[in-house]
Ligand binder design. Structure first.
Ligand SMILES: [Zn+2]
Length: 426
């Protein structure tokens, strides 16, 4: 694992052409493997002219392949699997993912993917110069009932001595209970979803009390906004460090600690494309397609993750890994307007604390032209606060929706543990 992390660190400073050459060598190996062991991929690759006997690899083959949708995977999962993986890649692990769109998917990965994953996590620690002696708090559903352990995680075990890990499963718990736990544990670092971090921050600002200093929130799995950066700073004096990953694809990119841009790891090839599958120019928004050159058992080639991002160019930090300017997040951040246009809305872009003592909130689009704003306030809102909130939200959605404000006691998490700010519910 440390050897892989060292190579990753080297690659982040190496000329991009050199890294790309190595990456495409691995991609060629994946194409050969997939062509040999999977009927689905044999057909797909042959259709775009891939010749397994050719000596050299045409890098132009990749963008010719059709986009791989989640639905295609669900329909053709069995023909897509390319067994067996090389023996030296280790045992195969299967798991289910719900993904961003709530459609279930089974993904099989050999052990080496775990090693690669851990190496990226370790690289992220190094980039951020994390203090390994600190206490790490993990707030995510995967922890189950386990309360923690004497070391941070698999990637640090037997490599560096770390402080302890404490953890809590937030599913089914009130966010106040999670904050109580955090205030008792007083960790140095917190790992959780952005939506949970945001709600903890707003609740802490409402609750006040003794200062709770947290050095950094390590987030994953949802969109991160500028607002989240400053609200975590305000509530906990904390920095925010995001990792762009999905359950099925693993790590895709790490947030740069210098610029807040994202660097795509060499374990993934990312394309940002328009609705026709054509690459968009830097600075432009498009869909994220991911190709994983190490995905031998379940090849993911031009896989449409379901996220939008803004293509980037370079980063001032000097690292050569490709840059994503911003991750705009999931399909659900793209709101379908009454005129049928689909627009990206910065759903978390309001400074709620300046308007009203709001602990939790959520938008629910309940009809083509109606949005309910659910708010869990610290006390009953005044009519002035209510109308200010409604005005703010009406503006946010360009006056296109009838906004109905509903005060509730609390807003439950989804079964996954996430607490999305926007739900389409009709
Ligand atoms: Zn950078």
């Amino acid at each position: 694992m440390f050897a892989i992390a060292s190579q990753l660190e080297w690659s982040s400073r190496a000329p991009i052409a050199q890294v790309t050459t190595l990456q495409y060598r691995q991609l060629h190996a994946l194409f050969l493997h997939a062509e040999k062991h999977s009927s689905f991929w044999r057909k797909r690759l042959r259709e775009v002219g891939f010749d397994p006997r050719a000596k050299s690899f045409d890098v132009g083959t990749l963008p010719k392949l059709p986009v791989l949708t989640r639905q295609t995977i669900q329909l053709h999962a069995e023909e897509m699997r390319a067994y067996p993986a090389p023996v030296k890649w280790g045992e195969v692990v299967s798991f289910q993912t719900s993904g961003s769109t709530g459609q279930h998917l089974r993904v099989d990965k050999p052990e080496i993917n775990g090693l690669l994953f851990d190496a990226v996590t370790f690289t992220d620690h190094i980039w951020n110069r994390r203090d390994f002696s600190g206490k790490l708090a993990v707030i995510r559903k995967e922890v189950g009932k386990d309360r923690g352990g004497p070391y941070w995680s698999r990637e640090t075990l037997n490599l560096v001595t770390t402080g302890p890990r404490v953890q809590i499963n937030p599913v089914g718990r009130d966010i106040g209970e999670v904050l109580d736990w955090l205030e008792a544990e007083r960790p140095t670092y917190v790992t959780t979803w952005p939506s949970v971090a945001r709600q903890l921050a707003y609740l802490k600002l409402q609750r006040g009390g003794p200062q709770l200093s947290i050095r950094q929130f390590l987030t994953f799995g949802e969109m991160v906004s500028e607002e989240l950066h400053w609200i975590l700073q305000k509530a906990f004096g904390a920095q925010l460090s995001d990792r762009y990953s999905t359950e099925e694809a693993g790590y895709i990119a790490l947030q740069c600690e210098h610029s807040r841009r994202y660097h795509v790891t060499p374990l993934a090839i990312v394309e940002i494309v328009d609705d026709e599958g054509q690459p968009v120019p830097p600075g432009t928004q498009g869909r994220v397609l991911v190709t994983l050159p190490h995905s031998f058992i379940m090849p993911l080639i031009r896989y449409e993750v379901g996220d939008y991002a803004i293509a980037g160019t370079t980063c001032g930090c000097g690292r050569t890994w490709p840059v994503l300017e911003r991750i705009l997040g999931r399909e659900r951040s793209i709101v379908q307007f009454p005129d049928n246009s689909r627009q990206f809305v910065p759903i978390d872009g309001l400074d709620w604390t300046a308007i009203a003592p709001v602990k939790q909130w959520q938008f629910r689009q309940i009809a083509a032209d109606r949005i309910d704003l659910l708010v869990a306030p610290a006390r009953r809102l005044t009519s002035a606060e209510r109308s200010k909130l409604i005005d703010g939200v009406t503006d946010l959605f360009h006056g296109a929706f009838a906004i109905n404000l509903r005060e509730v006691d609390s807003i439950a998490s989804l079964p996954s543990g996430k607490r999305p700010e926007f739900i389409r519910d009709f």
